[in-house]
Design a binder for this molecule. Sequence first.
Ligand code: ADE
Length: 270
Amino acid sequence: MRLDVVTIFPEYLAPLNVSLVGKAAARGQLDVRIHDLRGWTHDKHNTVDDTPYGGGPGMVMKPDPWGEALDEITGSDPDAEPVIVVPTPSGRPFTQELAVELSAKPWLVFTPARYEGIDRRVIDEYASRYDVREVSIGDYVLAGGEAPVLVMVEAIARLLPGVLGNAASHQDDSFAPGPMANLLEGPVYTKPPEWRGRGIPEVLLSGHHGKIARWRRDEAFRRTTANRPDLIETADPAAYDKKDREILSILGWAPGPDGRFGRSPEVVEE
Ligand code: ADE
């Protein structure tokens, strides 16, 4: 996979040389190219921003440098079509599902902005030629899109074939599609068997794979009801088996008129 990032802070992307993403790049699984947007300015001060039309606070990134940068980068491989990913708090949410979709693309171009964002015409221009995704990593506003790029690249890169040591290790990820979809991963333990007087759940030592899987699923329900009740409330209850319904009942959840689960009224009132 080829990854281009255009930024006014190339050094902000240095972590892409480290750890999982860095190793994938060193192995040739990722071709990461960081570009300084100011390289496509032509004035003495390398200006990339200007005041917004219509007034208001802050500055807007000028279309000219972005247009020249994106023409050069997207035109650099006539045989490939990039997907352009624009980090912005106004975008669609970045989810595991989107990470999976983007991990199947051969080429991603990220355009992290500073200030109030990029002149809209740039997005419209490239959306007329390419697949452009405006994406938000969460409901908070950062000072720029560089940290979101680091977040997205890490989520995408670990899904590439051969990047994670153990391919099975993303199957149980919280949010991964499959039987554990819409459930948060439960707690994990390793050696030693006792630490500061604390043991580990006995079932994990039983060697009984069926019981262990069931215990993990119960723990996933405990964690999800506590931390992300919305994931249970909106889940298709057809995904829940008898034991799932038992643990949900123990946790104080019951099906409503439409079959979807919610906290039992008695429990809410307590
Ligand atoms: N730029 C600033 N805040 C952001 C966010 N939450 N997601 C993506 N890009 C951003």
